[in-house]
Design a protein around this ligand. Sequence first.
Ligand code: SF4
Ligand code: SF4
Length: 407
Amino acid sequence: MMSTVYFTDFKANSRENVSGKIERLIEAAGISDILSKDDLAAVKLHFGEKGNVAFIRPPYIRKIVENIRKNKAVPFLTDANTLYAGTRSNTPSHIKTAVENGFSYSSMDCTPIIIADGLRGKSEIAVEVNQKHCKEVYIGSEIVSADALISVAHVKGHELSGFGGALKNIGMGCASRKGKLEQHSNVSPKIKKKTCIGCGNCAEHCPGNAISLESISSEPSSSAPDSLNIIDPHPDGKDTPAGKKRSKKASIDPDLCIGCGECILRCPTASVSIQWNQTIPVFLEKMMEYTLGVLQNKQGKSFFINFIMDISPACDCMPYNDSPIVRDIGILASKDPVAIDQASVDLVNAEAALPAGCLKTNILPGEDKFRGLYPEVNWERQLEYAQEIGLGSRKYHLENIKTLTWR
Ligand code: SF4
Ligand code: SF4
């Protein structure tokens, strides 16, 4: 089945600016069909990591919010906390970053920001999907509770998925910390012994009681397992009377670990790391199964908007953004998340690479820009698998919304 994707470029004039075009675009694509009076409508976006400025501009988001209100629904802005320890890994820091990046009550016309998975990323709902990799997926509870979902995604390159668009904004972006960890890895995190200072923070907050502290001696043969409660006569790792240096190091029991990711967040020295053991195709397929879980209770109640501008080579989770790989192209809207992402990559790949960008291969119009960025990542797998599991169609028809003129 062919889906319709609506498109507008960034051309503007004294009769119509880009915000005006956004309104006509989303109305043409049928945003009002998915909204009912008093619906609590989640606007899922990425507020940008501190230091990154490639995220979608707040005035464009405001226009979308205003339109949702016009449809008599009640919008709120949302995202879920990150897996890694950055400026969006817990709700206070996440909201502070959003406000610093321009998403404030005043700029958003009093639209609240509600972080979907709670204070520390633990507020989740397990949604049954019964797919190849996941039987159930863990989604930020406020996303599941919302009546409608409007995904507003920034299209850009991505280190693990090749590109990021609507599907990734939903599948990864709406997952709780546990859900994000499950997509990235199928084994427990590991401790970097070199930098672990033995503070015990991770163990104290581990819900699986999977972490213990081991007292380590400088001579490997004298290492002895310890527990959190043991009284260490040399807790600071100072030299013992015998001249041996001792210190505590955390250790994770993989059989007890439930993969919640809490230890990653709690460590003050970034000594808990994800084991990136998952192959890229499995990662992409899991992400699509998560997308399915998010959209399961939003049938006829979800809508997708992709901004193809400031097309940075890497994710907005980075605390910087490199210069764009191709020119700003336009904005897309659709009710089909697969079709809108397919159209987005097609439009990017049809462009010539910008000379100042980082692309060194696949620079000509028609060449695959995302493969040029990440040759090892078959980004197409996310679209193929999304279509296989019924998320939408890769076949689409592009409907162009032209700028209004005076004649
Ligand atoms: S991921 Fe969660 S359960 Fe596993 S070791 Fe870390 S805190 Fe404990
Ligand atoms: S891994 Fe981090 S939180 Fe855990 S004991 Fe070591 S330094 Fe502390």
